[in-house]
Design a binder for this molecule. Structure first.
Ligand SMILES: Cc1cc2nc3c(=O)[nH]c(=O)nc-3n(C[C@H](O)[C@H](O)[C@H](O)COP(=O)(O)O)c2cc1C
Length: 400
């Protein structure tokens, strides 16, 4: 059997003829070239082989590139630009790893961080930066956690969703931190891959549910409470998901009253994720939320929003010490982490990079990725004169 590669998005098609149109990017048949040698690349490794064999991030990246063909290009810069293969909503394709619409919110997350400059400080006593964060009754090795994602188990050619969830949870624990876990249209009230993976890890993970009907959420929160998770929450902005409604699992906007009912149903700290506006933060605090997740869902629910780094200072200043503030969106390096902390986040979440690490290297890939962020964060703190997290603030940034 022949194989054909789409020159636009790298999608591989098996058959005697190329397809009429690429099912991923919509390119016509003349954009397909025959692949003459279909030997698997030397780096192709089956899942049966121990993922802990991944030696370094370059290897994880290479494997992710093979396994995510047509979904994510694993580009050196994951910046949401229109020519990226993930931006295929423009062709009426599912959102995959991309952003909504033209990807402007996704791109804004990245460019907002790119536009901020760190102040180099080199004179002073030497120190070893202390990155530890005490929060949610845990001591984390660093203020970086995996963000809540769900669904990528369906992208990796041979990785199931439960395996994907377990890779993020275990990889984070190995790095001394925690994973948030998501919820999506092929999860049901009775089949919750995220909760299963967290349960297998003794409750050490933070489940974040879609804003489903209240009675379903109350059941799910009850299970998280029984497991004694460090926190539980919902992605308030997840009601934008058309997938959920199509799968017969409707999602809704939540009122302050409904939020209060959820908060009061558990003794776990409650996270409200998807906050981009001070008034929404105020309503969540009034409902009793203990964690405010500043996020635009990686630019996946509404196009043309500002980048998270642009709205973070105002929201963080409003929240003050009333709640923990997390921020996610466009964080790719330890320098980005430091900038988010300087802008007012207490902890920073990483989305797409953790997906790629898990698909490319399982728990070992996630561990390697988190360790790399940790190493660079330490270096960035040293170079900006911050011995510990309390020393980080807007003074380490150059004025805009
Ligand atoms: C493939 C994918 C699936 C996601 N699924 C969820 C989810 O189930 N729940 C949720 O709260 N956020 C979800 N998100 C959003 C992430 O939690 C996070 O807000 C975003 O990815 C951060 O931006 P970054 O990818 O640029 O780091 C998802 C993101 C991606 C890319």
């Amino acid at each position: 059997m022949k194989q054909w590669r789409c020159v636009v998005c790298n999608y591989l098609h098996s058959g005697e003829e190329p397809p009429e149109r690429c099912p991923v990017c919509g390119a016509p048949a003349n954009k397909f070239v025959a692949v003459t040698d279909v030997q698997p690349p030397a780096s192709a490794v089956s899942r049966e082989q121990d993922e802990s064999a991944v030696a370094n991030l370059a290897e994880v990246r290479e494997r992710a590139q093979e396994r995510l063909q047509g979904i994510c290009g694993v580009y050196p810069a994951c910046d949401g630009q229109p020519e990226r293969i993930c931006q295929r909503e423009a062709y009426g394709m599912p959102i995959g790893m991309g952003g909504a619409g033209a990807g402007r919110s996704f791109a804004a997350n990245y460019s907002a961080l790119s536009g901020i400059r760190l102040r180099t400080r080199v004179v002073g006593e030497h120190f070893e930066p202390d990155t530890r964060l005490d929060c949610l009754d845990q001591r984390l090795s660093m203020p970086v956690l995996a963000s809540s994602v769900a669904g990528p188990g369906r992208y990796g050619q041979d990785m199931g969703e439960l395996e994907f969830c377990a890779a993020t949870v275990q990889g984070c624990l190995q790095a001394g931190t925690l994973a948030l876990r998501g919820d999506t249209a092929f999860y049901t009230p009775d089949e919750q891959f995220s909760l299963d993976a967290i349960e297998a890890a003794g409750g050490r993970g933070i489940p974040v549910f879609k804003p489903r009907a209240q009675d379903i959420l109350l059941r799910l929160i009850e299970r998280a409470t029984q497991m004694g998770c460090p926190a539980v929450g919902i992605d308030l902005d997840g009601f934008g998901s058309t997938n959920m409604a199509r799968a017969g699992q409707p999602v809704f906007r939540k009122s302050e009253r409904e939020l209060r009912q959820l908060v009061q149903a558990t003794n776990l700290p409650f996270l409200c994720k998807g906050i981009m506006d001070v008034e929404d933060a105020a309503a969540c605090l009034a409902a009793g939320a203990r964690i405010i997740g500043v996020s635009n869902h990686g630019g996946r629910v509404l196009d043309n929003t500002p980048g998270v780094a642009e709205v973070l200072p105002e929201i963080s200043a409003y929240v003050g010490d009333q709640a923990l503030v997390t921020a996610d969106g466009g964080v790719r390096t330890g320098y980005d982490v430091l900038i988010m902390l300087a802008l007012g986040a207490d902890a920073v979440l990483v989305g797409r990079d953790v997906v790629r690490a898990a698909i490319g290297g399982g728990a070992a890939g996630v561990h390697l990725h988190m360790e790399h962020l940790h190493t660079v964060l330490r270096r960035a703190m040293l170079m900006t004169g911050c011995p510990d997290l309390a020393a980080i603030g807007p003074h380490i940034l150059h004025p805009a």
